[in-house]
Write a protein that binds this ligand. Structure first.
Ligand SMILES: *Cc1c(COP(=O)(O)O)cnc(C)c1O
Length: 698
């Protein structure tokens, strides 16, 4: 790639390789301006763009482009060189890195190694750690086929398409040691060693290490182990978790990164504690002492109360993959087994969450309500006299990755002199939002909504051409009240709740004076048949004559679709079965962009809702059974739509502005933006979980 880059633009590849550009609108404009058509077809992938564009020579001769290039470089250089970071100010003498392990990282659509909210949260965590100057290193896997691409056929049945990805077209480079050599590690596998290559992704100031089993030293089957995120069976899963946990620790060591704190984002990475114990035992420490020492600086975040989110392995499988481990840990089979097993809750299995809970000094849930649910769920593991075993840090979002350019500019204009960009976590700086003239905010939102509508309608045209061009064409109306619902299609999220009473729904959406429309998107896990059935049902509703155009469903949900929807719709709909949504973050993205949350009081919403910044669905009471809960929640959803949202949206003043609506919009922005940012969240992790765990080096 570098060979064909003109000298005047020779650092363009550096700009493309550091994902810092994903939260710098000017750098994005630089790349899109270089080759607008390729920018779209490459899914906003500047690395591939630079490999394939024919425009580099002409750009090098274009004064405006060169000037924008110089400014983007200057921006990156000064960001990387900055020493007066939050971390350096607040903890000037703290010395010690944080290793952050996660099975998925959602950083950008051009690096498809995420499936949903968990991955995007990890990506946003890393980005804010970079902004704040927190010395963190991420550890994950490089899935060569990523997560699947979703296609919906003419009957609305989800098809999974896998596309192998060429690392040369991705923002990944081989990790190198001090001598410039590529770094590989290996881990013990049944009857063989598994070899792993380490890749590195630059996310601002933070490095993310990604492990890859697709190397020539491995057999054919082993090479495919890291091909797909959440693919394969339980053998694939335990293999991937050994790669992440054991391989991840070895990768850090090989690169001479010696973390002071190990943070496991979900139980997927919990084998890392075994590898760290093995190191200590090899140095002469006993099993019990190794266990105690590893626990001291381990932090664990649990992300869901849904059982399918907690991996557990049958004894045969576990023993096959941990042959030799009992001896290496200075224990016996029972000793090892007991680390991940207690009581009968999960049958006779080794549970990764139990392992992580057992070997962490601090455990946290991701919202206040989720903490209560988790304390109850894992109560049997702990001695209840020792105080609450699980704390919480409520999730947030990386403001700069999710805020629309139109609102960004509006905020810049109206924050006059206030350093809102530096301290987004400070609620008081957001008071400027109240003073923005209603018209300006309304117009900025309308413009973004028009852009979203065009994007959705274009996607719908392509979908229709590919599947059934005889079906009636569907399109969103940029003037109608638009609600968005997009996320993983796990059944507890109840994507079809809206369809509970089709007759009532029809009356609501088809009022010609006050039309309403819904846009849905989301992938079902390939093995989740009930979730796929939800997609099919929505697809059928969208295609029904009498609802046509009032419900649309987009295929292939990813961060790009997410950005368009959270920025462009009027309201964000969220109706999970309480209390199963541990936090949720998509409503935070929408609120930041002035699309208030309309949600069940689950996850983060009870902490944010103040009666003026959105709407609730249902109550916080508990129901006798699921049918009763669904009935109460759908009734509440319809009623609130009919009596609150629709009248408010369509009550306009003489110049067409809905004053009451804009008021809620402003309240949503100013109350959600600061508190539910990863800037606040990562600071909480540092204060509450990281710094207290930094123990003197052994
Ligand atoms: C934010 C985000 C999510 C999380 O959605 P929830 O409604 O919080 O479950 C999932 N997928 C993508 C692509 C996202 O950007």
């Amino acid at each position: 790639m570098t060979s064909s880059i003109p000298g005047r633009l020779k650092r363009l590849p550096e700009l493309a390789q550091n994902l810092f550009w994903t939260w710098r609108p000017d750098s994005q404009r630089l790349f899109s301006g270089l080759d607008p058509a390729l920018w779209e077809t490459t899914e906003h992938n500047p690395v591939r763009l630079l490999n394939e564009t024919a425009n580099l020579e002409s750009a090098a001769g274009d004064a405006a482009f060169v000037d924008a290039y110089d400014r983007a470089l200057q921006d990156l250089d000064s960001y990387l060189a900055r020493r007066d970071t939050w971390m350096n100010r607040v903890y000037p003498s703290m010395d010690g890195r944080i290793a952050y392990f996660s099975a998925e990282f959602g950083l950008h659509e051009s690096l498809p190694i995420y499936s949903g909210g968990l991955g995007v949260l990890a990506g946003d965590h890393v980005k804010s750690a970079s902004d704040l100057g927190v010395p963190l290193a991420g550890v994950g896997l490089l899935y060569s086929e990523g997560y699947f691409r979703q296609r919906l056929d003419a009957a609305g049945v989800q098809q999974e398409v896998y596309e192998p990805f060429d690392p040369r077209n991705r923002p990944v480079l081989p990790a190198r040691d001090a001598e410039g050599r590529e770094v590989h590690v290996s881990i013990p596998f049944p009857g063989r060693e598994l070899h792993l290559k380490i890749w590195e992704v630059q996310v601002g100031r933070v490095s993310l290490l990604l492990l890859d089993a697709d190397v020539p030293e491995n057999g054919e089957e082993d090479r495919a182990l890291t091909a797909r995120l959440y693919g394969g069976d339980s053998r694939t899963r335990i293999s991937q978790e050994l790669i992440l946990g054991v391989g991840g620790v070895r990768a850090l060591r090989a690169l001479e990164i010696h973390p002071a704190v190990f943070h496991m984002n979900e139980g997927h990475a919990a084998f890392s504690v075994l590898e760290r114990m093995r190191e200590l035992v090899a140095d002469g420490t006993s099993f019990d002492e190794a266990r105690e020492r590893v626990t001291r600086n381990t932090v664990f975040t649990t992300h869901t109360p849904v059982p399918a989110g907690h991996d557990h392995f049958a004894p045969d499988l576990f023993e096959e993959f941990t042959t030799g481990w009992p001896e290496a840990l200075g224990t016996n089979r029972e000793g090892l087994w007991s680390l991940g097993h207690k009581g009968e809750e999960w049958g006779a299995t080794f549970n990764m969450t139990v392992l992580a809970m057992n070997l962490s000094a601090t455990r946290n849930a991701v919202s206040e309500l989720h903490r209560d649910v988790s304390v109850e769920m894992w109560d049997y593991l702990f001695d209840s006299s020792a105080g609450r075993p699980i704390t919480h840090v409520t999730n947030g979002i990386h403001t700069w990755s999710w805020l629309s350019p139109a609102l960004y500019e509006l905020f810049e204009r109206h924050s006059a002199g206030r350093a809102w960009r530096e301290v987004v976590e400070d609620a008081s700086v957001w008071s400027f939002v109240e003073e923005i003239p209603d018209r300006d905010l309304w117009e900025a939102r309308r413009a973004t909504k028009r852009g979203m509508t065009e994007f959705v309608n274009q996607r719908l045209r392509l979908q229709r051409e590919r599947t059934d061009s005889s079906a009636p064409a569907q399109a969103l109306d940029p003037e109608a009240l638009t609600l968005g619902f997009a996320r993983r299609f796990a059944t507890y999220k109840r994507a079809t709740l809206l369809l509970s009473d089709p007759e009532r729904l029809r009356r609501i959406v088809k009022d010609s004076d006050r039309p309403v429309q819904f846009v849905f998107a989301g992938k079902a896990h390939p093995a989740d048949e009930p979730a796929k059935e939800f997609i099919r049902a929505l697809y059928a509703a969208a295609g029904a004559e009498d609802l046509a155009g009032h419900i649309v469903i987009l295929e292939d949900y990813d961060m790009n679709v997410a950005r368009h929807l959270v920025q462009g719709v009027d309201v964000w709909l969220n109706n999970p079965r309480r209390p199963l949504e541990a936090s949720g973050t998509s409503g935070q993205k929408a609120s930041l962009n002035g699309a208030p949350n309309f949600s069940v009081l689950d996850g983060w919403w009870p902490e944010a809702y103040n009666g003026k910044n959105g709407w609730t669905i249902g109550t916080d009471k508990e129901y006798a059974n699921l049918e009763e809960q669904d009935a109460a929640d759908s009734e509440s959803l319809y009623t609130t739509l009919e009596e609150a949202l629709i009248p408010l949206y369509y009550t306009r003043d003489d110049s067409g502005i809905p004053g009451g609506w804009v008021e809620i919009t402003k309240e949503a922005i100013s109350t959600v933006a600061p508190v539910f940012s990863t800037q606040r969240m990562v600071q909480d992790y540092v204060h509450k979980l990281y710094v207290p765990r930094i123990v003197p080096a052994r």
